[in-house]
Ligand binder design. Sequence first.
Ligand code: ADP
Length: 306
Amino acid sequence: MGIAVEVQHVGKRYGRKLALEDVCFRVPAGASLGLVGPNGAGKSTLLRTLLGLVPPTNGTIRYDRHPLWPDPERAMARVGGFVDMPCFYPYLTAQENLLLLADLTGTPRKRTEEVMDYVHLRSYADERVGGFSHGMRQRLGIAVALMKNPSLLVLDEPYDGLDPARLEDMRRLIEAIRRDTGATLVLSSHVMQDIERLCDFIAVFEAGRLRYFGSPTLLGAGAVEEVLWEIWPVDPALEYLTQMGIPARVLGPGRVSAAWTGDWDLSEVNRFLVRRGLALTTVVRRQASLETRLVRYLEDSHVDVR
Ligand code: ADP
């Protein structure tokens, strides 16, 4: 299998701010890569450099062995995607926006209909984009990205800000694109379930540096199990667990988890929580989620892992 994306020693500096430092990885053709990490870690900066929007300060990016710089237009011939929110002319209809783009890029006009069909926006083609919901704009952004039949698709937070129904539509759409086009996919997301579901590789960034690149299942695989309590209220639950020396954390409303170390008696702990008057509805011991493993990995890896 060929290498679709090769990033070698890429760094990016904005004035005195180092946004990316010595980033190296390769993505095989047809694979999917998820970029994860805290806000400000450098994900969007990397996506911008991958889309040829900003040049890296150091290093090289190659697509199918062709260097992206100094001639990004040529290397980007079959690269589609967006960073931040895709931008459109709000007073033009969806179809007019796409036609404008087709004419600008020399894409056959008929392709606009195909991509509108694909993202299920055909029935909205004659409506002004200014009236589109966030989810519709995201889908239109994907339609634009698909215009040049990309072999590499780069998407920044495609799941961000969508309500549950639109989120599921977007998941299905991205999975369908992968299945139908075989395109290589690079995306960023804060939603670890989506990364787990979709990505062959993850790249974990922190403070501009690549901390981990590899299979999501192998990230922090040493910490294999965790205990999840569904309990209310969570604040005293967290306090009691911490007092018992159990390094617990709140996952969300009514949900607390801790790494399963095996050196405490789970049934004893549960009895203690119930005796304190907390409403304990569920306890499960399970393979630690990617989210939990990621948090632990970042906590544990404040040493140079390169
Ligand atoms: P992420 O997408 O992971 O949240 P970003 O790539 O947006 O991170 O940002 C990485 C770092 O670079 C941050 O410290 C951010 O403040 C800085 N940064 C990003 N874009 C610019 C810019 N245009 N000018 C100056 N600093 C920037």
